[in-house]
Design a protein around this ligand. Structure first.
Ligand SMILES: Cc1ncc(C[n+]2csc(CCOP(=O)(O)OP(=O)(O)O)c2C)c(N)n1
Ligand SMILES: [Mg+2]
Length: 410
């Protein structure tokens, strides 16, 4: 009799196509994109990163309530999406991002969700939801539906579901339920785990004792791969293959664990230097970064240089700022939409709540004015306090110097 020891098994390998210097390390790796196509995807990664910097600052200026950046993880999203079919997810524009962030009337969610909870019915993007891992059983269910649809009507083009989550979300029960049902029902779903080292303040060391998230896929009988998430080419190759596998034999689930590092704070509500050293982040930034890595590969190939980089960053910045100010100027959705779309007709209690909200808004037509007045009053009060203090100090000094003069004269 022998108990199996986790330590007796080697860690699952990590697939890489190019190294930190942009040099190919997989001898079988052949880029499948033209120079123009790679440049387009590189610009997509730059766009994410430029938009992140601008929107993080915009949150700090109070122009939106919340934001989350993707710094360090740009390759996972852009490269995986690039390997999906056009009909699946591609085509979400800067205007779409901004309309959601500013919760204006062009946001398909009608401003009812927190910023960064994007979604699009037209592009088959299920709206992001905050409760961790709830999307995973939904993804298995959606994939099962796609499978049955095709069984009933083979003329429907084959499609897969891609579900994204962090390694922290993989601690939820929903993760396990989703993998098990996808495996037993053979659903065409690709689970993409971004292992970025942290679940807000909890480092992976405190999240699990096994071999990351990938080892769990094998436990459920799912084809699994671990990939270097900072390697654009490796992630793209892996996702292409995963799509192929997911569509085999009428449907099969796949698990991808993309190893990366969360360079930024978790969100605008987090200060990561309260739980990790600045030097750790600086080290990562210097050592490896998905954007810098693809850039090195493109430069070595001769399709990119310093001048193009500068031009690209400037034009992306202009595009982001244009979309930003257009979305910020748009009207907000009507108040009534806050109460609609759950029931076919508004229930009496919802009608009552809507009436109360409307009367509050009529009483306080623009709470921003109230806040502005309060700010002015507090500044005035502060100046007043400082002023009184200054007058007191100056008076004391004058009295003292007069006393000194008088005593000298005496
Ligand atoms: C069910 C649930 N529990 C807790 C939270 C609070 N929460 C939001 S994000 C997060 C960490 C998620 O970490 P991870 O899945 O690794 O994703 P990352 O933020 O690193 O991309 C937590 C605990 C939540 N949103 N939902
Ligand atoms: Mg994480």
């Amino acid at each position: 009799m022998q108990f199996e020891q986790p330590a007796g098994y080697p860690a699952l390998p990590t697939y890489r196509a190019i190294d930190q210097n942009g040099v190919a390390v997989d001898p079988s790796f052949e880029p499948d994109l033209s120079d123009e196509e790679v440049v387009k995807l590189y610009r997509d990664m730059l766009t994410v990163s430029v938009m992140d910097l601008i929107m993080f600052d915009a949150q700090r200026q109070g122009r939106l309530s919340f934001y989350m950046v993707s710094a360090g993880e740009e390759a996972v999203s852009v490269a995986t999406a690039s390997a999906l079919e056009k009909e699946d997810v591609r085509g979400f524009t800067l205007a779409d991002f901004m309309n959601q962030l500013f919760a204006n009337h062009k946001d398909p969610g009608k401003g009812r969700n927190m910023p960064v909870h994007y979604g699009s019915r037209e592009l088959n993007i299920h709206t992001i939801s905050s409760p961790l891992a709830t999307q995973l059983p939904q993804a298995s269910g959606a994939a099962y539906a796609l499978k049955i649809q095709r069984m009933q009507d083979p003329s429907i083009p084959p499609r897969v579901v891609a579900a994204y989550f962090g390694e922290g979300a993989a601690s939820e029960g929903d993760f396990h339920a989703a993998l098990n049902i996808a495996a037993t029902r053979s659903c065409p779903v690709i689970f993409v785990c971004r292992n970025n080292g942290y679940a807000i303040s909890t480092p992976t060391l405190e999240q699990y004792r096994g071999d990351g998230i990938a080892s769990r896929g094998l436990g459920y009988g799912i084809e699994t791969i671990r990939v270097d998430g900072n390697d654009f080419w490796a992630v793209r190759e892996v996702m292409k293959k995963a799509r192929e596998i997911a569509l085999q034999d009428g449907g099969r689930p796949v698990l991808i664990e993309a190893m990366t590092y969360r360079v930024s704070h978790h969100s605008t509500s987090d200060d990561s230097f309260a739980y990790r050293a600045k030097v750790e982040v600086e080290d990562w930034k210097r050592r490896d970064n998905p954007i810098a890595r693809l850039r090195k590969w493109m430069e070595a190939k001769g399709c990119w240089d310093e001048h193009k980089e500068k031009e690209a960053r400037e034009s992306i910045r202009r595009d982001v700022l244009k979309a930003f100010s257009e979305a910020e100027r748009e009207k907000k959705p009507p108040v009534r939409t806050m109460f609609e779309d759950v029931y076919e007709e508004l229930t009496p209690d919802l009608q009552q709540q809507m009436k109360e909200l409307k009367s509050q808004l009529e009483r306080y037509p623009d709470d921003r004015i109230v806040i502005a007045v309060l700010c002015v009053l507090s500044i005035a009060a502060l100046l007043g306090v400082l002023g009184i203090k200054y007058v007191r100090t100056a008076t004391r000094a004058m009295v003292k110097s007069r006393e000194a003069r008088d005593s000298e004269a005496q």
